[in-house]
Design a protein around this ligand. Structure first.
Ligand code: SME
Length: 157
């Protein structure tokens, strides 16, 4: 399945208000992991209250010990402070990297913004070396923006 053809499915899942937001985020993880061969671990981290750390929300893939990540630590913690997408073609070449599984070769992290604030991120690990391109960035930015709209709604409705 192409990334473009997944977009309407992402919207359908996120607009289904009969499910909790957590369930919908889990369904997004499931959809992405099942339909993109090189997306092997898909999860959401969000800022943990008023602490300078990220907390793992819902995910699909191998369980990880890294349910809390301090700002600045690892790829995820760096994105929490840089507010920028981070593509890692080869995780072994990174000094500031938190390993979850020896199978993981590469990673992409895309921040989620609500009202201009970086409130969390989509994190994807791949067992394939260097698989991510601008197409993944644009697609995952779309997912992040669609999630952000729902988060905005859940905060103010
Ligand atoms: N590799 C991440 C940690 C989270 S796991 O990929 C699920 C990092 O360096 O921040």
């Amino acid at each position: 399945m192409t990334l473009t053809s997944l977009k309407p499915m992402v919207e359908t899942i996120l607009l289904n208000k009969e499910s909790s937001l957590e369930t919908r985020l889990f369904e997004i993880c499931t959809l992405l992991e099942a339909n993109v061969s090189y997306y092997n671990w898909v999860g959401f981290y969000f800022i943990n209250g008023n602490k300078n750390e990220l907390k793992l929300s819902t995910y699909v893939g191998e369980p990880t010990d890294h349910t809390i990540i301090p700002f600045g630590k690892g790829i995820c913690g760096q994105v929490a402070v840089s507010n920028e997408n981070f593509i890692v073609p080869d995780v072994q070449a990174q000094d500031n990297y938190i390993a979850c599984s020896i199978d993981v070769k590469s990673e992409i992290v895309i921040p989620i913004f609500v009202n201009g604030d970086n409130i969390g991120q989509i994190d994807i690990d791949s067992n394939t070396p260097d698989p991510f391109s601008e197409k993944d960035e644009r697609f995952l930015e779309f997912v992040a923006e669609t999630v952000a709209k729902q988060l905005k709604g859940s905060l103010f409705n």
